[in-house]
Design a protein around this ligand. Structure first.
Ligand SMILES: [Zn+2]
Length: 242
């Protein structure tokens, strides 16, 4: 079951929806807590946590053995620090966790055509999983998207639609396209988040069934007037050593 947090409306998770009728996002309510004894220890992928996911390994048509990425100690810093190497996932980013769960759920629902908007990684990831699942994929990207990401999307056989202007213009254009094919949005579709949460399960398991004290995540924010391009902050990363 999905539920709209703004209006409380419930929607079956067999329905092909990506947002609530009132315009809000939807939350997935079907997930249950994962118990330690339920981890499938001989499955070397994120599907070892299938008991806490909306679908299991046997449902995964598009499967690359994704997940269970290495957690390695930092080599240069004096403080204890661990790096979670999400770049070794099949398309090169953590987005594969969400794509693995979402695309395989869409296969079960009979979806044959999807559309997505992305400034790079999410589009490449969806294109990769859609290709494996035999789903036709269209990706809308802002013109500022890095050429290597565009090449990756096209290499997976997805159709590319480049939209001039800032990122918001791409989001507007894809919602029009979403009237024709299913909008497999990494920002909107709640099953994508279900896949991403396996990163938390992995950290917990790899740290000896403990939560980490803290997590540092690199992020990028578009600068106003940059046309959606990222510009480095000349002051550098806060807290960085000089
Ligand atoms: Zn609603």
């Amino acid at each position: 079951m999905y539920r709209g947090p703004a209006c409380g409306r419930g929607v079956s998770d067999d329905a092909l929806v990506w947002r609530c009728a009132c315009g809000s996002h939807l939350n997935y309510e079907g997930a249950r807590p994962l118990r330690r004894a339920e981890i499938v220890s001989d499955e070397r992928s994120l599907w070892r946590y299938e008991a806490g996911l909306p679908l299991g390994r046997s449902d995964a048509v598009a499967y690359f053995g994704e997940g269970l990425t290495p957690l390695l100690p930092g080599l240069r810093e004096a403080e204890p620090f661990l790096f979670k190497l999400e770049s070794v996932l099949p398309s090169g980013s953590f987005k594969d966790r969400g794509s693995a769960v979402l695309v395989n759920a869409l296969v079960r629902l009979g979806v044959q055509e999807v559309v997505e908007d992305s400034s790079g990684n999410a589009g490449a990831s969806l294109a990769c999983y859609a290709a494996r699942a035999g789903i036709d994929c269209e990706v809308y990207t802002p013109e500022s998207t890095s050429p290597s990401k565009l090449a990756q999307i096209v290499a997976h056989g997805a159709r590319l639609v480049r939209i001039p202007g800032p990122r918001d213009e791409t989001a507007r254009a894809v919602q029009e396209a979403a009237t024709r094919r299913f909008y497999a949005s990494h920002n909107w579709q709640p099953l994508f988040v279900e896949g991403v949460k396996t990163l938390g399960f992995e950290l917990w398991e790899q740290l000896g069934l403990r939560a980490p004290e803290g997590i540092v995540l690199p992020v990028g924010l578009p600068v106003r007037g940059s046309g959606g391009r990222l510009r480095p902050d000349p002051r550098g990363f806060p807290g960085r050593r000089r």
